[in-house]
Design a protein around this ligand. Structure first.
Ligand code: KG4
Ligand code: ZN
Length: 331
């Protein structure tokens, strides 16, 4: 008897994505990225929600036809419920609710940040529990301690901007377009990371802060606009100051909690310098380090489906009255 299929939907920001699981096996996943936001240097929430409305039925049709499955084969449907843009989340969640009601199948609501970490379990090798995860994306920067797939604690978080957001805002100031992370990463490869001095934030506990770095770049460009003539050096110096606290906090947290398995997930985990720094730290401290494949680092529905599989296994389905949330409740 084949496992029932699970359909997963992700619409927390500006990527519409769907995935299909058969048991714990990812069958296929598709993502449609919205390009309209690049014209504005950031995501316009109303455009994002409208584009999800348009994209989801098309993506689902492709997903089913590419895998030779029918809607009638789906036994459960999962959707991201937060944190994210509420309008965007509501589109994906309502779509999932419609399928759940129409097909009389369970709904599984998934937390977007939990899903980013569950990306480690899509393809082996998997980290052993307990492990520490550094989640670095456009919306979030946090350290999470996982005791099991569904049991985790946030032990450090950003006090202001997320690191991906800092990359994106810096790229706009450096006239590199949006999203800025990949552009800075590329440019920085040929730059000198010590060419410009940026402050490295030191926060209490395992927290992070990026507002000082953003302001430092703004003042540097105001007082020395010719810094833009050395884009690679500027990108490399900024990137070094943005990434250094991530590694420092990981090192301190791993030492304090005596953990050797370290995961790094989220869109900024695609950064080549971060990967290099983490691998150097891993050699120094005897860590094993885990990065999801890049297609599972940026927003995607495969990670949402993986998280939903763990929730379903634990019998944790979601009531149809669920509503989306924009931020993680602070405890
Ligand atoms: O996880 P993600 O796709 O969406 C959120 O949930 O935020 O992350 C997007 C973020 C953007 O800020 C983008 O600039 C950043 O990830 N990013 C990178 C790189 N690739 C994507 N940042 C630095 N270096 C990269 N190579
Ligand atoms: Zn994300």
């Amino acid at each position: 008897m084949p496992h029932p299929l699970l359909l997963a939907i992700e619409t927390s920001c500006d990527d519409s994505a769907v995935a299909l699981y058969e048991g714990d096996r990812l069958v296929q996943h598709l993502t449609s990225s919205q390009t309209i936001h690049a014209h504005y240097g950031g995501v316009i929430p109303e455009f994002a929600a409208r584009q999800h409305l348009e994209a989801l039925p098309i993506l689902l049709r492709h997903l089913l036809s590419e895998t030779g499955r029918a809607l009638a084969d789906i036994g459960a449907v999962a959707a991201t419920i937060g944190p994210g843009l509420v309008g965007s989340l509501a589109v994906g969640l309502s779509y999932a609710k419609g399928i759940a009601v129409g097909r009389r199948i369970p709904l599984v609501g998934v937390d977007h940040l939990h899903a980013h970490v569950m990306a480690h379990f899509i393809e082996p090798p998997y980290p052993d529990f307990p492990f520490l995860n550094l989640l670095v994306s456009g919306g979030h920067t946090q350290l999470m301690l996982f005791r099991s797939p569904l049991d985790y604690r946030i032990i450090g978080r950003t006090r202001d901007d997320a690191v991906g957001e800092a990359f994106d805002k810096a790229a706009v100031m450096m006239q590199l377009g949006y999203p800025g992370g990949p552009a800075i990463d590329r440019l920085a490869r040929t730059g000198n990371p010590h060419a410009f001095r940026f402050p490295i934030a030191r926060m209490p506990g395992f927290d992070f802060s990026y507002s000082g770095l953003k302001t430092a770049l703004k003042y540097l460009l105001r007082d020395h606009p010719d810094a833009l003539d050395r884009p690679a050096d500027l990108a490399a110096s900024f990137q070094e100051a943005a990434l250094r606290p991530l590694i420092q906090n990981l090192e301190r947290a791993a030492r304090q909690h005596r953990i050797r398995h370290i995961g790094i997930a989220g869109g900024v985990a695609a950064n080549s310098r971060l990967r290099q720094m983490a691998e150097t730290a891993a050699r120094q401290h005897g860590w094993r380090i885990f990065f999801p494949a890049i297609e599972y680092c940026t927003d995607n529905a495969a990670m949402v489906g993986r998280a939903a599989r763990f929730l379903l296994e634990a019998g944790r389905t979601t009531d149809l009255s669920v509503t989306p949330y924009s931020r993680t409740p602070q405890v």
